[in-house]
Design a protein around this ligand. Structure first.
Ligand code: NCD
Ligand code: ZN
Ligand code: ZN
Length: 437
């Protein structure tokens, strides 16, 4: 394994200095190192994605663990949490172990499987949460994402169950009775376009209910892809009461609005739907003040036939891994809402903490350093690093992305920030902006 000297990089706190890497760790100094000139570049702890759809097993025509891992590394990620809505569903130890192992074989990012909450995502019977937690994949996050755990009694039992191993239930907050046939955000736009609406209350009511359940049970709730100003209010209230709830927002909900539905281009169809400009403003403010803890991509690749069709027939979801940091730079950093320390927190430290990937147990004691993410950029820590050129600008082209799928909503858009290098435990997975293997 090579040694690296990253020279003159600007750390999240704004100081520029050298960083040495040896045997996978950040060290005081190193010799015979490969030197990387990082003057003017930003150094971040390796990014961690709480919400990635890798589609393997089952839809390898849309993405595989290998292509998704490559997209993640190119986006500056060193760890991704793989959603359970695969085919078969990741609702048992054997399947999460398989995903985890395939991730290790590819070796470009750490793939941390998320387990399903209920068997087959059917919302009725709890999956083998304990067996998944005890498996080699060490699952801590459970989610029926794509579906809401809508039965309050099932949600309560799931929250109770995961308490034993400091697990967390990541809820796709959508009251299904309020979104039957929904195609986009319910509001002025949907009325004009004549499309069935997905009202904000369908999300907000479930977040409020689940926050109360989490408080009742004394367990941990995470809210996936928060999309409305009202949800932000509910989260603020819950956090103010000391309820253990965390939340994520996607890059697309920080940038795009429901006006794009007027194009009838299914690339803009996503769950939860793109909302209004007022919602976007509230989400940005909430991410800035910490009401929303983390940015998560909800990277949702879809095969051509599932997107290149009529709006109503198209599957919801958009690509996100390779554009997430640039969108955050554009919406949060260039607007002055978040500094780079904030970016490091919302895209690495916080998501790693929520997913239990920091290598520390709940009481702060170190377990194992090997799988640790979201750690400080300090001597002795694993060298999971992302090097960014914040002043470079690039134009998104679907064919230029590493994903198998092409459903990026940003085609033709110029974005700030390129990923120059990504290091996973001291090994470059991206160098000079190119994936290594
Ligand atoms: N976000 C989406 O629109 N789609 C996701 C499921 C989900 O995140 O709810 C998918 O799996 O395609
Ligand atoms: Zn979802
Ligand atoms: Zn999702």
């Amino acid at each position: 394994m090579s040694n690296y000297l990253i020279r003159g990089a600007t750390f999240p706190d704004g100081t520029a200095k050298d960083l040495a890497v040896e045997n996978g760790l950040i060290v005081e100094k190193t010799e015979n190192a490969e030197v990387i000139d990082a003057e003017g570049l930003r150094l971040l702890p390796g990014l961690v994605d709480l919400h990635t759809h890798l589609r393997q097993p089952g839809r390898e025509d849309a993405e595989t663990i290998e292509t998704g891992s490559r997209a993640a590394a190119l986006g500056g990620y060193t760890a991704v949490c793989a959603m359970a809505n695969t085919d078969p569903v990741a609702d048992a130890a054997g399947i999460v172990e398989q995903v985890w192992r395939l991730g290790r074989e590819v070796g470009l990012v750490d793939v941390q499987p998320i387990g399903a909450v209920t068997l087959g995502l059917n919302g009725e019977r709890l999956a083998e949460l304990g067996a998944m937690a005890e498996s080699a994949a060490r699952v801590r996050v459970f989610s029926d994402d794509g579906h809401c755990v809508h039965d309050a009694a099932v949600m309560r039992r799931a929250l109770e169950y995961v308490k034993a191993f400091d697990g967390v239930i990541a809820q796709h907050a959508e009251d299904p009775k309020l979104t039957v046939g929904a195609q986009m955000n319910e509001g002025e736009q949907s009325a004009q376009l004549g499309l069935a609406g997905w009202p904000a209350v369908a999300e907000e009511a479930i977040i409020a209910r689940d926050a109360l359940l989490a408080a009742h049970v004394g367990s941990r709730l995470h809210v996936c892809h928060v999309s409305t100003a009202g949800s932000v209010e509910v989260l603020r209230w819950a956090k103010g009461r000391g309820i253990r709830v965390t939340a994520e927002v996607t890059p697309h909900h920080l940038l795009l609005t429901d006006e794009l539905a007027a194009t009838y281009d299914p690339v803009y169809k996503v769950n939860p739907p793109l909302r209004t400009a007022e919602d976007v403003t509230a989400l940005r403010e909430a991410l800035a003040d910490g009401t929303i803890d983390a940015v998560a991509t909800d990277h949702a690749p879809h095969a051509r036939e599932d997107k290149e069709c009529e709006w109503a027939a198209a599957r919801p979801g958009m690509l996100g891994l390779e554009t997430a940091l640039p969108i955050v730079i554009r919406t949060m950093v260039e607007t002055g809402l978040l500094d780079w320390q904030g970016v490091a927190d919302r895209m690495s430290h916080a998501p790693a903490r929520i997913a239990g990937l920091t290598g520390l147990t709940g009481n702060g004691r170190a377990t194992s350093g090997a799988g640790a993410h979201g750690r400080p950029l300090a001597v002795g820590e694993p060298a999971n690093l992302t090097l960014v050129d914040p002043s470079a600008r690039w134009t998104v082209t679907p064919d230029g992305l590493a994903s198998i799928s092409r459903n990026t909503p940003y085609a033709g858009l110029e974005l700030p920030g390129t990923i120059v290098a990504t290091f996973l435990r001291g090994r470059p997975t991206v160098l000079d902006g190119k994936a290594q293997a």
